[in-house]
Ligand binder design. Structure first.
Ligand SMILES: N[C@@H](CCC(=O)N[C@@H](CS)C(=O)NCC(=O)O)C(=O)O
Length: 292
């Protein structure tokens, strides 16, 4: 391995002028950077999010609950543009002190309850409506895969995706390290899905909703344009599951919510009513530019 030029100093200091992907928003401190309240709509659930894999998990769950007839799952979805730093407003930090989407405020009770971390939001909603978390022994399997996702995909996104697609320099050591881990994750999922229809068994659960957006992104070459590099097509069971889950109408709708990029007919920046999917997509609201 070539000798590295960089030698870490005794004490790290932040240099905001160093080239860094997402350098305009990243700082080594937490907390609000400006005063701004969050908007509040008419529904019991208020979601503050963006259509990234972590955001999409929750909109899929809400659309699945509504498809099952749970009117209490009606929600207002507000767009949080993380590229512009909207996650650092005082209102958002009140909803999620970690300043990352998604954040949910459940206003169905006497006082608002904030829930942050997508896994916690899926659990909160699953328990609240008694759906998509199987009872008995299967519950432990479901929660195990849910928490597997929480622990594993930061290595996919923050590790592999960052160094393969975003870092200003291509570092072979970092790309090798995280590629090895992502291919291991793909192989693990593929082996797991060899004997079951869904991640936890033959029932579709919150674990599928958590894991699917990340691995569907890889399989469909939407995440980091790395499908060929990772040879994702060779994981046949993963691809079969990606297709099956992706055909669910709630999954199709969930991916449209809070999505400010891609095909305009698939972009629903804010969602306040079921009719918005037909009436308020960007190709209708902003017809002048037909694509991106
Ligand atoms: N573990 C968190 C991860 C959330 C997360 O990383 N969100 C990203 C977008 S996918 C974000 O908001 N990033 C903004 C930032 O880091 O400033 C979860 O599952 O909710």
């Amino acid at each position: 391995m070539p000798e590295e030029a960089y030698q870490p100093p005794q004490v790290w200091t932040w240099d905001p002028d160093k080239p860094q992907a997402f350098g305009n928003i990243n700082r080594p401190t937490a907390g609000a950077r400006f005063e701004k309240a969050l908007p509040v709509g008419k529904h019991p659930l208020q979601l503050y999010s963006l259509g990234t894999p972590n955001g999409v998990k929750v909109t899929i769950m809400l659309e699945e609950l509504l498809a099952k007839g749970h009117s209490g799952a009606e929600y207002d979805a507000w767009l949080i543009n993380i590229g512009e730093g909207a996650q650092f407003s005082s209102g958002f930090v009140d909803a999620n002190p970690n300043s990352k989407i998604p954040a949910l405020v459940d206003r169905s009770g006497d006082s608002p309850v904030r829930v942050f971390e997508s896994g916690a939001i899926l659990l909160h909603l699953g328990e609240k409506f008694g759906e998509f978390i199987p009872p008995g022994d299967a519950r432990a399997e479901c929660l195990s895969w849910l928490f597997w996702q929480m622990g594993s995909t930061p290595l996919l996104g923050g590790g592999f995706g960052h160094f393969y697609a975003y870092a200003p320099v291509k570092i072979e050591y970092a790309i090798d390290r995280y590629t090895m881990e992502v291919k291991r994750q793909l192989d693990l999922l593929d082996k797991n899905l060899a004997s079951r229809q869904y991640v936890c068994g033959d029932e579709y659960t919150i674990a599928d909703m958590a894991i699917w957006p990340w691995f569907a992104g890889l399989a469909r070459n939407l995440a980091y344009q790395a499908a060929e590099f990772l040879q994702v097509h060779t994981y046949a069971n993963v691809n079969r599951w990606v297709e099956a889950v992706g055909e669910r109408p709630a999954v199709v709708r969930g991916q449209m919510v809070n999505r400010p990029f891609g095909d305009k007919s698939r972009q629903l920046h804010e969602r306040h009513d079921a009719s918005d999917f037909e009436l308020r997509t960007q190709d209708i609201l902003d017809p002048d530019e037909s694509t991106d």
